[in-house]
Ligand binder design. Structure first.
Ligand code: EPU
Length: 356
């Protein structure tokens, strides 16, 4: 079985922020036969520390990677089971997330509409437990199919064993566990989630404010697309990796201190305390629209870091992000954490894997 391997490959076309970086070998896997061929080639020689998995690169900041980078292009959307209330669907890791949301809606499988237009591949979705406008993938995820390099077997992991949390899961640090497909439980009857404040506002605006009827999933989908289109830069024109920082969580005492000092700080309760929006914190520090070379904390939404072109590298991005983090720390006493995966943190001590 022929493997699709490009030696000494450029990665800027493989990530949505167009970060410049090179890898020793870019391996694209289009079928389970190719995955088997790769596992046979790497018999006894697979070191998870030297291999990075990349979906569409919409949540990764790559750096030069002397080992190998693997893209899983396994496709397919298939119904596994259909009950009265739910339909269980299996989706290959290489499918495009935004297209899946659209397809699901067209087929009358509901529950993904709030997650419209999130760039990326299906396989990456459970790794960071994607979420938007009041819904997280964990609300719909039943299980993931993985290939585990520790024993070279395929396994099905139920969602409740994945430690899914806010933009995180057990899969996030597990380099030798590759998601091959996900299983979702989707709704056969609409049951929309509309309590996210800006979504509710958009729906009311669109219905003229007078309609008492519950919005349809299609209306929620359209409203989410309109909101994202207005606020968030499209990575095809303004390369970016989505939200660059997590929204920090603070305990009750900290929330009270902040609310006293900044009465207009938006915040919402979470089980352990409160979450506050990093975009608001950055804007308040004067970082909305701030530029350094090709980089800009987006003029319409400070939480997105845009690369306007040129040779933005991982180190330049980290340096600029660090300055923003320092500003937030100084003004609010809060530590921001970077949301996309920073490869630079894991580059040390690599050895080249055997790819031929
Ligand atoms: N805000 C500002 N200034 C800004 C940006 C935001 O004041 O420059 C304020 C907004 O006015 C609002 C609050 O911050 O009061 C929250 O903003 P928004 O609703 O746009 O959401 P977010 O917290 O910035 C999060 C997710 C997004 C997701 C949206 C909608 C994280 C890290 N980000 O952003 O997810 O689309 O909510 O649910 O949780 C992503 O993870 O990459 C991502 C885009």
């Amino acid at each position: 079985m022929e493997l699709d391997i490009a030696r000494d490959a450029e990665l800027s076309d493989c990530n949505t922020m167009r970060v410049q970086a090179r890898t020793g070998a870019l391996v694209r896997i289009h079928s389970t036969e190719q995955l088997r061929a790769l596992s046979e080639r790497w018999v006894g020689d697979f070191d998870p520390g030297t291999v990075r998995l990349l979906g569409q690169g919409s949540n990764s900041i790559p750096c030069d990677w002397p080992g190998a980078v693997v893209q899983l292009r396994l496709g397919g959307i298939e119904v596994l089971d259909e009950g009265e209330r739910l339909v269980r669907v299996r989706i290959g890791a290489g499918e495009d997330w935004p297209s899946l949301v659209r397809t699901a809606l067209e087929r009358g499988w509901y529950g993904l509409e709030n997650l419209a237009m999130i760039p990326g591949s299906v396989g990456a979705a459970p790794v960071q437990n994607i979420g938007a406008y009041g819904v997280e993938l964990s609300d719909r995820l039943a299980a993931v199919e993985v290939f585990d390099w520790s024993d070279r077997t395929r396994r099905l992991i139920p969602a409740d064993e994945l430690q899914l949390g806010y933009r995180t899961s057990r899969l996030r640090g597990a380099q030798g566990v590759w998601v091959l497909a996900i299983h979702l439980d989707l709704l056969r009857c609409p049951d929309v989630v509309t309590d996210y404040p800006s979504l509710l506002e958009e729906l009311e605006r669109r219905s003229g404010g007078g309609s008492a009827a519950r919005p349809t999933p299609e209306a929620v989908f359209e409203a989410v697309c309109a909101l994202r289109g207005r606020k968030l830069p499209d990575w095809r024109r303004h390369p970016n990796a989505g939200s660059f920082f997590h929204n920090p969580e603070v305990d009750r005492a900290e929330a009270e201190r902040l609310a006293a000092a900044f009465p207009d700080l938006p915040r919402w309760p979470v089980p352990e305390g409160w979450r506050v929006p990093a975009g608001w914190l950055l804007e308040r520090c004067g970082w909305r629209g701030r530029r350094s070379g090709p980089l800009e904390f987006w003029r319409d939404h400070a939480l997105t870091l845009v690369n306007h072109g040129g040779a933005a590298s991982s180190s330049e991005i980290i340096e600029f992000a660090r300055q923003a983090m320092d500003a937030v720390q100084k003004t609010f006493g809060l530590a921001l954490t970077v949301e996309p995966m920073l490869w630079e943190a894991e580059r040390l001590n690599l050895k080249r894997p055997q790819t031929q």
